[in-house]
Design a protein around this ligand. Structure first.
Ligand SMILES: Nc1ncnc2c1ncn2[C@@H]1O[C@H](COP(=O)(O)OP(=O)(O)OP(=O)(O)O)[C@@H](O)[C@H]1O
Length: 649
């Protein structure tokens, strides 16, 4: 794939001009760097380059620019890889030296005890240098806020609970029926952790029982506190919030009556709504440090989609005596905005540090004897270095669930192989096939889509069901049918992209469904994708819906738990048709069947997280179209997102 010619930044000279000409820097990156260099009277081109690259890094989801690794990064222009090896990169140590002396840069004292503002006597400087990592000051402040809040809560005296009572409740809620003889009950350990810590992380892939565990944690907490706790459930999007509410309800319905009752009124909302969305600001909320949230327990699901700035706002608005339970899949693609908070918190460097033998939470965990199986927390010794890797995260409030309870066996095996970076194992699962996974081993640039008969039939079957329900005015059935099957792509454009595949799917539907699309722009059964957050009407980027008959008019139905919400078409500002969608947009959604169009070998987007996220969007079956080389490359290349949080936690 060749990259299109980049737009030329007329203000760029020297280094900036060269990086712009190669497409690494956009006009906007260059303009920010030129303007701030002038304002700060910084003549050094290396400093301007570092600033421009930092702005660019934020666009790509990194929180900062790491000067020691930037030359190895994969840069892309419009999704095609750019060869940056021949660019005139400054030598790292002299580049850092220029930055240390720059009037644009505030050098941060390395010792972790010193927070933002400690050396802020001089005029405001737009950049912050911490070791080899360069931040825009605002993003450093977000990272520092999250780090400080999490650390403070971890170091605080843990919540006071009656440990015997906790043990009895956990005994009642968790049994070992479906576990192998030597398999620790990680769900139980995770639950103990969330009960015993102010901040806890329940990590795991789809179907590993995160929601089940959270429902049991909430039941335990309410039982310990006489049902008086005020609890809120939050998620980054409306759809995810609705799913969370439904799942927690379904799980709590299975609990014993006495434990279930206090959970009856639980409801979930988007993070925007929980924090108090303000029409006058995109980044500030009604609840903040001065006006904190009233809740005793805050559960945040789909954490991998939560950006660093959002996490900072949430923690700042949460009182120190509130339990915060973070739930999500750290191996998924990260938030569209900057940050990889879930992955950073789950894999924080401190998690592998030695565990102090007198750690209060460890003692507590032992006391509740989370489990006696080999390798379980209750049976572990903090003095045994071999166990430190498993025990470290647990003691620090992080538990990863790995047993998959829901998937067809092959999808789980494929997801595990991808997650582990084991390309041979992934290929073995795909080659073996079965009713849950399939592989069309083809290079798509040379394929006529009409040759993919099985895919066409699948698309037509699902599309027909959507249109029939939409025409009949059955919004719930239309929304459900919409989630039967989805084509996912990494790219937006080109032979592997959403545009081509969306058009193909649309053509197949026109052929299969009489009168398809005949009503004009808002035709019955038109699948819709929301492309921008609109908290006012409760629709979020990535939400999908469908145009349905409603009385004598038309409305758009969006999945929200059992009953879809209906919106007048006139309210829909930012929507497009969604016959195929990017994996990024599909985060937070699942479909019965998924067809994943794997990008080509030279794609900058071909990463492990992309493949893992695509595979785990499927509930019943996933089919991958692409070559063996591209598959191997994807499994073997993890995403690199620069952030200091992982090291600093
Ligand atoms: N220990 C267990 N034994 C048997 N079934 C379980 C167990 N834990 C969870 N399940 C079942 O597995 C399914 C998936 O569980 P759950 O919804 O809690 O997973 P999840 O990790 O929250 O998934 P997702 O991320 O997709 O929401 C549910 O049907 C649940 O009842």
């Amino acid at each position: 794939m060749s990259a299109p010619a980049p737009e030329v930044a007329v203000r760029a000279t020297g280094l900036l001009a060269e990086f712009n000409a190669r497409g690494v820097l956009s006009v906007a990156d260059v303009n920010v760097a030129v303007t701030l260099s002038r304002l700060c009277r910084e003549p050094a081109p290396e400093a301007a380059l570092a600033l421009a690259l930092t702005v660019r890094a934020l666009r790509g989801g990194s929180v900062c620019l790491d000067l020691t690794t930037v030359t190895e990064e994969v840069f892309d222009v419009d999704e095609a890889m750019v060869d940056t090896s021949s660019l005139p990169w400054p030598e790292t140590s002299s580049w850092l030296e220029v930055l240390r002396r720059s009037p644009m840069v505030q050098v941060h004292p390395e010792d972790a005890g010193v927070g933002v503002g400690a050396d802020e006597d001089g005029p405001a400087r737009p950049l912050r240098l911490l070791g080899s990592r360069l931040y825009l000051d605002r993003y450093f402040a977000h990272e520092e806020s999250v780090r400080a809040q999490l650390t403070r809560r971890r170091r605080a005296t843990p919540p006071v609970v009656d440990l015997d009572r906790v043990e009895a409740l956990l005994d009642q809620l968790f049994d070992r029926t479906d576990l192998a003889e030597d398999e620790p009950s990680w769900q139980r350990i995770a639950a103990a952790n969330s009960v015993l810590n102010w901040v806890s992380v329940v990590a795991g892939g789809p179907g590993t029982g995160k929601t089940t565990t959270v429902a049991k944690v909430l039941a335990t907490l309410q039982a310990l506190h006489g049902g008086r706790l005020r609890i809120t459930l939050a998620a980054p999007t409306g759809k995810a919030a609705a799913r969370l509410e439904e799942a927690v309800r379904a799980e709590s319905a299975r609990l014993p009556e006495a434990l279930r009752a206090p959970l009856a009124g639980l409801s979930a909302a988007t993070l925007h709504r929980v924090l108090g969305w303000r029409p006058d600001s995109r980044t500030r909320f009604r609840h903040d440090a001065a006006n904190p949230l009233p809740w005793d327990v805050v559960v945040v699901d789909e954490m991998s989609m939560v950006s660093l700035p959002m996490m900072a706002r949430l923690l700042e608005a949460t009182r120190s005596g509130t339990r915060v339970i973070l739930v999500g899949d750290p191996d998924q693609l990260t938030s569209v905005e900057a940050g990889a908070v879930m992955a950073d918190v789950t894999h924080a460097e401190s998690n592998s540090a030695p565990v102090p033998a007198d750690d209060v939470r460890l003692v507590a965990l032992r006391h509740v004897r989370a489990d006696d199986r080999p390798g379980a927390a209750g049976a572990m010794s903090p003095d045994d270095p071999a166990q430190a890797r498993t025990l470290g995260p647990v003691v620090r409030g992080v538990v990863e669930l790995t047993h998959t309870w829901r998937f067809g066996h092959e999808i789980g095996a494929l997801a595990r192989a991808v997650r582990a970076g084991d390309a041979d194992a992934a290929l073995e699962v795909l080659r073996a096939g079965g009713s849950h996974v399939g592989w069309v081993e083809q290079d798509l640039s040379a394929t006529d889509p009409d040759d993919l008969a099985a895919l066409r039939e699948c698309v037509q079957r699902a599309g027909r069901a959507v249109v029939e329900a939409a025409r009949a005015g059955d919004a719930a059935a239309a929304v459900q049918a919409l989630e039967q099957h989805r084509v996912l792509c990494a790219h937006r454009a080109g032979p592997y992209g959403v545009t081509r595949w969306g058009r193909t799917v649309e053509e197949w539907l026109v052929r299969a469904v009489p009168g398809y699309g005949a009503e004009g722009e808002w035709y019955l059964g038109r699948p819709l994708l929301v492309t921008a957050n609109d908290p006012e009407i409760g629709l979020y980027n990535g939400d999908t819906g469908v145009v349905v008959r409603a009385g004598r008019g038309l409305q758009a139905a969006f999945a929200r738990g059992q009953q879809p919400t209906l919106h007048p078409l006139i309210h829909l500002d930012a929507v497009q048709s969604v016959h195929a969608m990017t994996v990024h947009k599909a985060q937070g959604s699942q479909f019965s069947e998924v067809t994943f169009v794997l990008p080509p070998l030279d794609s900058a987007l071909l990463t492990r997280e992309l493949l893992y996220t695509a595979v785990t969007r499927a509930r019943e079956r996933v089919e991958i179209i692409g070559t063996e080389d591209a598959l191997r490359r994807a499994v073997e290349r993890p995403v690199s997102r620069a952030s200091g949080l992982r090291q600093r936690l």
